[in-house]
Design a binder for this molecule. Structure first.
Ligand code: PMP
Length: 367
């Protein structure tokens, strides 16, 4: 068996230990004579798996009791629509800090539903190379919540602070965060947020599962006629089982949480490893004139590191040779080009060492 280093932005690398455990349990789950994939979601076995996964997630992120953790489908993109349907029922405007393509997509989804949007901050004009400062944010008078993307996966731009959400009239509004690409990469204070959501396919597990962490007081506010599968309250009441949930993805997410807790040692330890990995790669980029990254140092993403070659004519050769060296999926997003190395939790430090060594070698031969 050969495992290459996978720098894909998502669906992304999973911990080998998790894949191996899933393989061992694939055909016969713990002597029950069937696969998790074949279990009823209402069976005692699956309910135990589901509850354990939630308990481990709560423990890892220290989720307070007044938050529900929902295991959903539809991807992070479906949350772009579910959020206004659940939080804007009584009118008011969704406020956004736009720091890249995912924030922009979220805004267009809210507009599609006919809701008002206000940009409390926007770094598009500068080319999304820095996040707006806290001081520059301006919430609209009728702001119902503030939505931001803690890590923009395509641009490689990560917030280095948690926005404050007090309107000019002194009113606190819920903070909504798309944490798809940096959830569980470091400890956070869940109590700062009204809703946190994330597609699973980066730091949580395989695609097909989306997590939403919703503060209790934000349940039960959906606009009338909201379909049950879009209503946070109904989903929470049903333990995320209004219909059949993505059972196997839920199980795998549970294995990832156990790996994070038992093998890594929790999110403080994960954070330290992630810092080291990112520092190694950014140092290599900064030390060379051949590679560059445009992002303001304080806002450089620890999860997604985009970089360009001084001569883009070499892009193809770089990608081909990297692939041959077992360094997979380094092509930048089609909208920005260049390269991108995603360094999610499951990407080991050796992968970064191998990438840095390859980059130095490539520069020496081709630079
Ligand atoms: N938000 C962010 C920050 C993302 O990186 C992505 C996917 N790459 C999405 C939203 C959309 O996720 P999904 O494909 O699960 O809808």
């Amino acid at each position: 068996m050969t495992r290459h280093y996978n720098f894909c932005a998502g669906p992304a690398a999973l911990p080998v230990a998790v894949l191996e455990r899933a393989r061992n349990e694939l055909v016969d789950y713990q002597g029950r004579g069937l696969s998790v994939m074949e279990m009823s979601h209402r069976s005692d076995e699956f309910i135990a798996i589901a509850e354990q996964a939630e308990a481990d997630f709560r423990q890892l992120l220290s989720v307070p009791d007044n938050y529900k953790v929902l295991f959903l489908q539809g991807g992070a993109s479906m949350q772009f629509a579910m959020l206004p349907m659940n939080l804007l029922g009584q009118g008011g405007s969704a406020n956004f800090i736009q720091t890249g393509i995912w924030g922009k997509k979220a805004i267009s989804e809210v507009k599609r539903l006919g809701y008002a949007c206000h940009l409390a901050g926007n770094s598009e004009a500068g080319g999304y190379v820095a996040v707006p400062s806290q001081d520059s944010l301006t919430l609209s008078a009728d702001a119902a919540y503030l939505h931001y993307t803690s890590n923009e996966t395509i641009g490689g731009l990560e917030f280095d602070y948690t926005p404050q959400v007090v309107r000019e009239d002194g009113q606190h509004v819920p903070l909504v965060c798309d944490m798809s690409s940096n959830i569980m990469s470091k400890p956070i204070n869940v109590a700062d947020f009204g809703v946190i959501f994330a597609g699973a396919q980066k730091n949580i597990g395989p695609a097909g599962l989306t997590l939403a962490v919703v503060r209790d007081d934000l349940l039960g506010r959906a606009v009338p006629n909201t379909p049950s599968l879009f209503d946070y309250q109904m989903l929470a009441d049903a333990g995320s089982m209004v219909n059949t949930p993505p059972t196997y993805a839920w199980y795998l997410a549970g294995l990832v949480f156990q790996w994070l807790r038992d093998d890594v040692g929790g999110l403080v330890a994960m954070d330290a490893i992630n810092q080291r990995k990112a520092e190694k790669l950014y140092s290599a980029i900064d030390a060379s004139d051949f590679y560059s990254n445009p992002i303001a140092v304080a806002n450089r993403s620890r999860m997604n590191v985009p970089f360009v070659l001084a001569d883009s004519a070499l892009d193809k050769a770089f990608l081909q040779e990297a692939d041959q060296a077992g360094l997979l999926n380094l092509k930048g997003h089609r909208s920005v080009g260049g390269m991108r190395a995603s360094l999610y939790n499951a990407v080991p430090e050796e992968a970064v060492d191998a990438l840095v060594a390859f980059m130095a070698d490539f520069e020496q031969r081709r630079g």
